[in-house]
Design a protein around this ligand. Sequence first.
Ligand code: ADP
Ligand code: ZN
Length: 750
Amino acid sequence: MLYAQVVLPLAQPMYTFSLDEGLAVEVGDAVVVQFGSSRYYTGIVWSISSTVPDYPRIKPILRKLYSRPLVSPEARRMWEWMADYYMCTVGEVMRMALPSLAKPSASSLAELDERSIEPPMEGYVALAEELRTEEALATYVERHARRAPRRTQLMDSIAAMALECRSDDGFVPRRLVDASAEQLADLRKRELIVVERRPVVRGGGDDRFLLPELSEAQQRALQTIRAAHAEERVALLHGVTGSGKTEIYIHLIAEQLRLGGDVLMLVPEVVITSQLIERLERIFDGRTTTYHSHLTALRRGQTFLRLALSGGGELIVGVRSSLFLPLRSGAIVSVDEEHDPSYKQSDMQPRYNARDVAVMMGKIYGAHVVLGSATPALESYVNALAGKYAYVELTERWGEAVLPEVVVSDTLRAVKRGERKTHFNFDLLRLIRRSLDDAKQTILFQNRRGYAPYIQCRTCGYSPRCPHCNVTLTEHRTTRRMECHYCGYTMERPSVCPNCQTQDIKTMGFGTEKVVEEIARLFPEAHVERLDGDTSTSERAFKNIVKRFESGQTDILVGTQIITKGFDFGGVTTVGILNADNLLSTPDFRASERAFQLMMQVAGRAGRRHDRGSVVIQTSQPKHPVIQHVASGDYHAMARTELAERKAFGYPPYAHLIRLLLRHEDYEVLRYASHTLADELCRRFGARVMGPVSAAVEMLRGEHRSEIMLKIESGASMSRARQLLSQALKVVGDNPKYKGVKINVDVDAS
Ligand code: ADP
Ligand code: ZN
């Protein structure tokens, strides 16, 4: 009899099941098992042995799913590494790594049908049948060349490409035709061409792509990255916004696909990256697969299964969870905007950072890793300085575009001199005026959605707060309600103060809704739109707003973080950062770094083509070092200042932070548990323990929250630290007094 250790998608250790004779199961296979009296789960076979386990009543594996293993040896090593490093079970990694339909039996026994999985398809075009002979085309071209030269040229080039590709039937891959979607649609409407989708053919000389020609600087950067990869080193591509990092990725991707290898390109958020994806799909067509949470569970399941069973030679563009898609070893993994906080999963285990896991994949998969950013995370920068990563810098924008001019506009001084209207300094209003007059566009960034972050009674000072979370409620004018931005609780806006019954309730601060209202009043002729979490609730709504801005219908776009990432709009000449103060004042050791990154990203939206852009930063602290560094665009200076502070106070990248978040409904129970845990930790870690303190959000969804931080200096053994931490957690976990206290462990918390 053989026995299999099986991982279940639970925060539990592995369990042993028996393998009936005749059931051919190998390590990495997905199998169905019964767990408890009536629950069924999909598990992954982790190991097989003939040693009889020393407990009774071993249940059998019920059946095997799919014809081949879902989890490769490399992926198993990665899951194990993650479970160890982020302090969770392999089952918790599995729960997140496999899309729900690849692990079907948790709720039902439905599974994906392998036969339903379609091979990737790509577009092909051919001239209309009657034009496929040389004479017919020549006659057509002769007749139309004068009136429609572009059209006939394009048709000529399709015919030439068919010859070049030795196409039997006149069809050529659409990706090799240098034409816009509109041009092809026009030809198709005139019935001059036919378009078809066909399965992707790999190899056989058909892996050609139309690549952008690189500038000299880009070419050098590409060489350096290749050289780093030849030495199995990670490359950090530090390129200012608009320097053409994407073009460099495109060349790397093409090389890899020609070799039949896989490419994984991680992006912070897929919807935001729709422009990038369109660009990649245009070049790589059917070899591009996107993966993110907006896809249906079926699509995600099919993608996973297709890659596990037959993948290879694909470009996957996706969010952090695409790290778990089945990749071939020797892949290329690129992490775009590697500094982005959304690479860190912080709401459930494993609380991993996708960038760090990607670097680990380099080791486990023999993958070639590129981290790219205009403002690298200090962790990555330090690794580059230390020579661990190859460092590749692009300091100039591509082509004629130059970096924008940055104006630091002192809000207090503007108020004193009467040079401010509501929330806008005259410096900014002048530039908006100029952009409007030149038929150019403006982006205004305000880091708060809603109308006002809170309202307050002028008589007694009362502000409505969320009854479940200890935070003020944000006023929303569009919905006419007060909303908690942590749990979604809403209530009507009070017109009379519930505390003192007066009617003098005032809005405090300002969010994007209010900015739109005021800008529309100041520039009544302008088309103003808002892009934030409230207006882009669906991918469609989001894309429509972006389309209208891209096509120039919208003059002024007001938005939150969403507008800072990746957009490449030609017409933007003015960018306003409306309140830099609230970026600088967050209580977080990363506040300065984040504020710098965010402001540089927003600023990077300006002047991306011919016209030089201007950026106005409104702040009451014009001398603040971060503001100064943004003004001079000097990343290295920011890094020097910030790294000196981090070193002095023992923060990352000079230490690892482990955050322990404790939660319980009963404040007293929580308090005792927190102190007991802190005591246990102090006995083991001494001065490395900070806290317990109330968490930044003290109460969330009715639970009280407290926090303990562990600072483990670089160079100390992290595995020893994890071991000691587990011991301390066990002491608290085993104490019946603290039953029900939930403790989240966040390694490399930020
Ligand atoms: P980044 O990702 O570094 O911010 P992008 O790759 O988006 O920069 O490039 C900025 C702009 O410059 C884009 O519109 C892009 O098409 C253009 N561009 C950059 N490099 C090239 C190139 N080699 N050939 C053609 N266009 C380029
Ligand atoms: Zn709430």
